[in-house]
Design a protein around this ligand. Structure first.
Ligand code: ADP
Length: 272
């Protein structure tokens, strides 16, 4: 923006009433984006005004999961209008900033930084109660930029029960703390698969597809490291309708709200 002063990031202002949560993970494929969209919808259902920034440069799957895969933001004067969804959540994605959808985001740090700032300051968010940021997995440039521009953001770490996932998730959590952001808790996703062949009466048989203990391990390690309590906010089972909900743009908390996975997500949202 030639010579023009950069617009300030409203969420970083001292008087901002918007709670900002970054959803982080150590590696991809653990369900970070699924958790982000379902938390967004749960919070919206609870009456809050919610925005989502999809900053996952590798995945940017949030618009599809919210049913607005092909939507492009409109522009009013020099402000970008976030894409509204049927559930009342507004979304902007790093994928929407590319000229073409099939283009690969191969940006270096400064470009990513500019994209993040653009999504935070050039987008007309209005008065939000909650802003969720879907971060790329790991501890890269976007996490550093986010820490610099949104020092007050709180971080939710998503992991699976698996040892290897937990170890990298701890690093993502530590990164947040190095940027002086508070880690509010850990979400363990894909915790178990309720055995579909067991009768609903009697004790449910749970298949621990990805082992067990990852969520507790990350929570304990981060609590010890930071000197404050980092709780496990909830455990989400594997659920076919969660995957289907993501693929069809109707997240499980909306399409199948009584499923245990949806209830777990709703109660995590209640704790934020
Ligand atoms: P990430 O953002 O960490 O890369 P995604 O949210 O894109 O992960 O999830 C990866 C895949 O796993 C998606 O197809 C998603 O639908 C599926 N998935 C995530 N969590 C669950 C779950 N609890 N049960 C079933 N499928 C899940």
């Amino acid at each position: 923006r030639g010579g023009q002063a950069q617009r300030e990031i409203q969420f970083a202002q001292p008087g901002s009433l918007t709670k900002v949560f970054a959803i982080a993970s150590g590696k991809g494929g653990v369900g970070k984006s699924s958790v982000t969209v379902n938390l967004a919808l749960s919070l919206a259902k609870a009456g809050r005004k919610v925005g989502v920034v999809d900053a996952d440069i590798y995945g940017h799957s949030v618009p599809a999961m919210l049913g607005v895969a092909d939507a492009r933001p409109t522009q009013v004067d020099d402000l970008i209008m976030p894409v509204p969804t049927s559930s009342g959540v507004s979304v902007i994605s790093i994928g929407m900033l590319k000229p073409r959808r099939d283009q690969v985001v191969a940006w270096r740090g400064p470009m990513l930084d500019r994209a993040l700032v653009q999504m935070l300051s050039d987008v007309y968010w209005g008065d939000l109660d909650v802003l969720l940021l879907d971060l790329p997995p790991g501890t890269g440039d976007v996490a550093i930029s986010m820490g610099q521009h949104l020092p007050g953001a709180e971080v939710v770490v998503v992991t699976t029960p698996q040892e290897a996932a937990a170890e990298v998730a701890e690093r993502a959590g530590t990164m947040a703390s190095m940027m002086h952001q508070r880690v509010v808790g850990v979400v363990e996703n894909m915790s178990y698969l309720p055995c579909p062949h067991c009768t609903p009466e009697g004790k449910e048989h749970r298949l621990e597809v990805f082992g067990s203990g990852g969520g507790d391990r990350v929570a304990q390690t981060l609590s010890q490291r930071f000197g404050y309590d980092v709780p496990v906010l909830g455990r989400i089972p594997l659920d076919l309708s969660l995957r289907e909900g993501g693929d069809s743009g109707k997240p499980i908390v909306e399409s199948n709200p009584t499923a245990p996975a949806a209830e777990a997500l709703t109660s995590i949202a209640d704790r934020l």
